[in-house]
Ligand binder design. Structure first.
Ligand SMILES: [Zn+2]
Ligand SMILES: [Zn+2]
Length: 311
């Protein structure tokens, strides 16, 4: 895959996005998939000295290790979950800050009522599935259920984020880091949360596990509008989605064309195709990237280890 503004420079920009897991549905270890990478969803956004993590697929495992190895004191992590399907939370129990005394994790994600997200996550550590319960994990953790429409702001290190009520502004051009949320029903069965991170005049949208309708959902296009970087589900090829033998309509994921359609209509500056179908090998992904660039020049296939700097 093409390299995109990779690595630190001596004058690192305040907004950087790093991909730790880009695979949808389940992890892959087949040698034919290793260029794009096999870890499931996890994206790190480093902004104004803060580290925000989107999803806790297997990609969060090496990220957690790096966080703990590098930190001179136990780290603070902000983890935003799109939803709790297994490929988005399967790395959580192995996230080193959750296993480290005095490390502090704030976990935010969709939940209809107070405590709903905690109850969902407790299933992960049921004694039949994992030997240590959520409460027994040594790291300090605070879990927040989100309904959608929130505006989230950050205070000093170690303090819980400030979660505001209904979004009345799109948060643009802010001098502090702001995350806004949008809950979409377009993913079976409980929908999915989309996130937009703002800082100064830049913004990044994380929109995985979303099945667009033809022409895109207008409310999602509005949520995404004008962003500098859109990370969007593009799991299927058009021919797979509309296949007669095995149609994927209703499975909760978009095609490449759907993602591009939304990117164009929302006038985003760059599109990252994400949540790759696990049966797509590196050769297929190269073809997908070529096809995508013909339709929308500023698009790229996400691969594990890819880093994008917003300038
Ligand atoms: Zn998924
Ligand atoms: Zn899902």
């Amino acid at each position: 895959m093409n390299q995109v503004n990779s690595g630190d420079t001596d004058r690192s920009p305040p907004f950087r996005v790093r991909f730790w897991g880009v695979r949808g549905s389940y992890p892959t270890a087949d040698p034919s998939t290793l260029v794009v990478g096999g870890n499931t969803s996890c994206v790190e956004v480093m902004v104004a000295g803060r580290r925000l993590i989107f999803d806790a697929g297997t990609g969060i495992i090496p990220l957690g290790k790096e966080l703990c190895d590098r930190a001179s004191s136990p780290p603070t992590a902000y983890v935003f979950l799109s939803h709790t399907h297994i490929d988005h939370v399967m790395g959580l129990c192995f996230f080193e800050p959750l296993q480290t005394s005095k490390a502090h994790s704030f976990i935010l994600g969709p939940g209809d009522t107070h405590g709903a997200l905690t109850r969902s996550l407790r299933h992960l550590t049921h004694s039949h599935l994992f030997p240590v319960s959520l409460d027994e994990l040594k790291g300090k953790k605070e879990i927040f259920s989100l309904a959608g429409g929130e505006v989230i702001r950050f205070r000093s290190r170690g303090k819980r984020p400030k979660i505001g009520g209904n979004r009345t502004t799109n948060g643009a051009d802010t001098n502090e880091v702001v995350v806004t949320t949008f809950k979409s029903p377009a993913h079976p069965r409980n929908g999915v949360m989309l996130y937009r991170v703002y800082y100064r005049d830049k913004s990044v949208v994380y929109a995985t596990d979303i099945e667009q309708q033809e022409g895109g959902y207008p409310e999602i296009i509005e949520f995404v509008r004008g962003s500098d970087l859109l990370i969007h589900d593009a799991q299927y090829l058009h021919e797979e989605y509309f296949s007669r033998a095995k149609p994927r309509k209703g499975w909760g994921h978009s095609t490449l064309d759907m993602a591009i359609d939304v990117a164009k209509k929302a006038e985003v500056k760059r599109l990252v195709l994400f949540h790759h179908e696990p049966t797509h090998d590196d050769k297929t992904m190269r073809k997908i990237e070529k096809q995508a660039k013909q339709l929308f020049r500023s698009s790229v296939v996400a691969y594990q280890g890819m880093e994008i700097a917003l300038r």
